[in-house]
Design a protein around this ligand. Structure first.
Ligand code: SF4
Length: 351
């Protein structure tokens, strides 16, 4: 059922107002979040994205939570940039599994001139399949943001991670302002924003409030707001931080939903470690976007099937986006394959 009576978003939330939301009795908070959700979205639809790491590990940044950082020894297998065709095969599988958006992540400080053209080809190919495209490539300059916009990139993911005050305890190689600058370049180039943070890194509630307030001051709000639960990885400095109470995590989703009523709030990393009941409460609180697994290497993806089972139990359906006819999709794929072969833009991993 389409949403009606949507509430106009506000950009002037105060720290005190957001704190007050966090501290509402749980049931009152959930009721309020669910009410806002129903005013703006179909209540039983969840948008499904697929995330693929197109370049893994050896990142020069020192984000303390991240197994891809070259600063920590996490025994992660490092990989160079994937071939364009391989990425598009994964995108096709994601589409067949019901994903409407394909997100490609590269562990870079910023994209290099050498790699950038391949990423542009990936975006074009993903769009030709009828999927929305999203990339996360690190810091961007004006020209790079514009080139991504020119090939029709739908979303750029660049998280703020936490509050400005807590940020320096998490990352020292890139400033909060660097992140805000990249976000405003992306916004200025006409690409939609995917921007959120990570909960459970040892931050206090005031930092969760600070993050949501920072996001709420962006005009417009980020179209997509990932709320992640820290996944503790052995070898990173955050391997042993205390767990965040799951109710506090659910509260964070509910507050994000109320403060940014038109944004898709994504239940993101950390979901696989949650019970079905916790995930259901996150959907109740207004989360309406998820990632399917990290990778779809074969058509049988147990994680994706598990997600579909949960959707069935809850009566949730994947949010649809405008579909091309099968014929149009097949033609687009064929066209892309021919173009790639001709353009010799296959990435040579040995180069
Ligand atoms: S920039 Fe991204 S890939 Fe690199 S260490 Fe930070 S979170 Fe990990």
């Amino acid at each position: 059922m389409p949403a009606t009576n949507s509430i106009e978003p506000r950009f002037d939330w105060t720290h005190a107002e957001i704190t007050e939301l966090f501290n509402l009795p749980f049931m009152d908070l959930m009721f309020r979040a669910q009410t806002v959700h129903r005013q703006n979205f179909a209540p039983n639809e969840v948008q499904v994205s697929m995330l693929l790491s197109i370049k893994t590990g050896a990142c020069p940044e020192d984000c303390k939570y991240c197994p891809q950082s070259g600063h920590y020894n996490t025994e992660l297998e490092k990989e160079k940039l994937m071939e364009v065709q391989k990425v598009l095969e994964e995108a096709q599988l994601a589409k067949e599994k019901g994903a409407s958006r394909f997100c490609m992540g590269a562990a870079w400080k910023h994209p290099s001139e050498k790699d950038f053209p391949y990423v542009l080809e990936m975006i074009k190919g993903v769009k030709a399949l009828g999927l929305e495209s999203c990339v996360t490539l690190g810091t961007l300059n004006d020209e790079q943001a514009q080139r991504l916009s020119d090939v029709g990139l739908d979303y750029y993911n660049h998280n703020l991670d936490t509050s400005a005050e807590f940020y320096d305890s998490i990352i020292t190689t890139r400033t909060y302002q660097d992140r805000l600058d990249t976000l405003s370049r992306v916004r200025d180039s006409g690409i939609k924003l995917c921007c959120g943070g990570i909960m459970g890194m040892g931050e206090e509630q005031k930092d969760r409030v600070g993050l949501i307030r920072q996001l709420s001051q962006m005009m417009p709000h980020p179209e997509s707001v990932p709320i992640n639960m820290l996944v503790k990885v052995e070898g990173t400095p955050m391997a042993n931080v205390d767990d965040l109470d799951e109710f506090e995590f659910i509260r964070t989703i509910a507050v994000a939903r109320i403060v940014m009523p038109m944004s898709h709030v994504r239940l993101s990393a950390g979901r696989q470690g949650m019970s079905e009941q916790t995930q259901a409460l996150c959907f109740m609180a207004g989360a309406n976007s998820i990632f399917y697994g990290e990778k779809l290497l074969t058509t049988a993806n147990p994680e994706a099937d598990k997600d579909m089972n949960l959707f069935n139990k809850l009566g949730i359906t994947p949010e649809k986006r405008e579909e091309h006819s099968d014929q149009a999709v097949m033609e687009a794929i064929a066209d892309q394959v021919v173009k790639q072969e001709e353009s010799k833009l296959f990435y040579d991993a040995n180069a």
